[in-house]
Design a protein around this ligand. Structure first.
Ligand code: DNO
Length: 357
């Protein structure tokens, strides 16, 4: 595996590349062109400038998170082919610049959803949290306002104000769109992009829906083992793979995370590792990465990745806000660095343990 950290670019991130470089074992970042809206083409010039910024700091780009998919592609709008063509051009340009991993998601309207961005934990840290009741009591168009005050002045991924201004219109576009339609639209998209992925060896890694169930009545499909295996089979190409995100699949306690990792052997191109603490099945908060701080057995998750031969980029995921840091919720430096160190330790222990048997 290749330990990485997510980086949003110098205009958006509170964490610097110089800081990232000092985290043991981190030689690469996962990054993006954060200011290119979904549906627009990524130019070679912009990709080159991003690469230069990262390489000048002594790091490399391990992959992109995300090249966002335009809503028309997801709901099957009349202009979807034009947006797919733009997506293909972006992939082609990434391939030409020697970038071979792209994380994306296929969630309608909202990306990941949390109802609190700064829930206080007993140790005084603050974390992202979700409670189903809060979603049930809220109008979707009020979602952004309800959390905006806790963003620490940052633009959070998936919560860009321009996108959220259109929430009401978007809900109209998804009227009548079923889970089956979403599967069909994803298949259509993947079939169109697979040739360019094969030509440039670009691994597509779909991110799970988070939480892994329908929110505000919108269809969501990347939620469990059955659906993700269906998706792998419907476009059976090794470039059609997944981002295994323990914190997203783990929102549904019916998902057996190590079992899913084993079932997806060979198709996990990227891993997000994070722990959650459940207070009830529909109320959870994000914990420290350490197993005993949350509800997951992180050792078993890392072991399953190791035993299935996972060799792609991995990153600690959302961290707690600790030590007085002010950063994008989930994306401060300190707790993610602790997470990286912990995952590195688990990996080394699993690796050495298995060689000694
Ligand atoms: C949240 C992230 C997601 C993820 C996208 C991938 O912190 O894990 O926003 O990057 O869903 O497209």
């Amino acid at each position: 595996m290749q330990m990485t950290l997510r980086y949003y670019g110098k205009n958006f991130d509170t964490v610097t590349l110089q800081q990232i470089r000092q985290i043991p074992g981190v030689k690469s970042v996962i990054t993006t062109l954060y200011d290119v809206p979904a549906g627009m083409t990524w130019t070679r010039e912009k990709i080159r400038a991003l690469k230069k910024e990262v390489e000048d700091a002594g790091l490399t780009i391990a992959g992109i998170e995300s090249v966002n998919v335009h809503e028309e592609i997801k709901y099957g709008g009349k202009d979807r082919d034009r947006y797919i063509d733009n997506y293909i051009t972006s992939l082609e340009n990434l391939g030409k610049e020697d970038i071979h991993l792209v994380c994306y998601n296929f969630m309608p309207v909202f990306d990941w959803t949390r109802t609190e961005l700064a829930r206080l934990r007993p140790d005084g840290s603050t974390v992202l949290a979700y409670t189903q009741k809060a979603v049930d009591d809220l109008l979707p168009e009020k979602m952004f306002e309800s959390i905006a005050g806790d963003m620490n002045g940052t633009v959070m991924p998936g919560w860009e104000p321009e996108r959220l201004k259109k929430v009401k219109e978007l809900f109209e576009c998804y009227k009548g769109v079923t889970e089956e339609d979403l599967f069909a639209n994803l298949k259509y998209f993947l079939e169109k992009i697979m040739p360019v992925c094969n030509e440039y060896d670009i691994k597509m890694a779909i991110h799970p829906d988070d939480p892994a169930w329908s929110v505000f009545g919108l269809p969501r499909i990347i939620i469990n083992e059955e659906n993700i295996l269906r998706m792998m089979k419907m476009v059976d190409d090794p470039h059609n793979g997944v981002t295994f995100c323990s914190g997203s699949y783990g929102t549904n306690l019916n998902n057996d995370l190590p079992h899913m990792i084993r079932a997806l052997k060979g198709r996990i191109h990227f891993a997000h590792v994070r722990n959650l603490k459940f207070n009830s099945p529909d109320d959870f908060e994000e914990a420290a990465h350490l197993s005993s701080d949350g509800s997951f057995d992180m050792y078993e998750i890392v072991k399953a990745l190791y035993e299935t031969g996972f060799d792609g980029p991995i990153r600690p995921d959302h961290g707690r806000m600790i030590w007085g840091e002010k950063a994008m919720p989930g994306y401060g430096l300190y707790d993610r660095a602790l997470g990286a160190a912990y995952i590195n330790g688990l990996w080394e222990a699993v690796e050495k343990g298995s060689q000694r048997k």
